[in-house]
Design a protein around this ligand. Structure first.
Ligand code: FES
Length: 109
């Protein structure tokens, strides 16, 4: 699920391989890549469920604008996983509902 070569983007140096957990399940990714990329490479498509309709959401804009990718990371809710670099030992969890009601920059989610 990863692009090894790209005709426009020059060679990309991956970080070292690290382990993290997703809903308690151990996974691997590369240090510094967005959490959402590591999850996508592992086949995870659902990052959160909406509060009212309990609808699944995942990567949509991938540039930190839509909040569809927010998850609970190391106990902190509303983390935009498309913009947050992966680190060794991170605990990433599916987010249910609003959990605090505010995104990283204070907007309503
Ligand atoms: S996918 Fe839109 S903010 Fe992350």
């Amino acid at each position: 699920m990863r692009i090894a070569e790209h005709p426009i983007i020059e060679s990309y140096q991956k970080g070292r391989k690290v382990t993290f957990t997703f809903d308690g399940k151990e996974m691997e990714g590369f240090e510094g890549e967005p959490i959402a990329v590591a999850l996508r490479a592992a086949g995870v498509m659902i990052h959160r469920y909406t509060q009212k309709r309990h609808e699944p959401r995942g990567i949509f804009c991938a540039i930190g604008r839509c909040t569809d990718c927010v998850m609970v990371v190391d106990g902190r809710p509303n983390i935009r996983t498309c913009m947050t670099p992966l680190k060794e030992g991170m605990q990433v969890e599916t987010q249910y509902g609003v959990q605090g009601g505010r995104g990283e920059t204070g907007e309503t989610i």
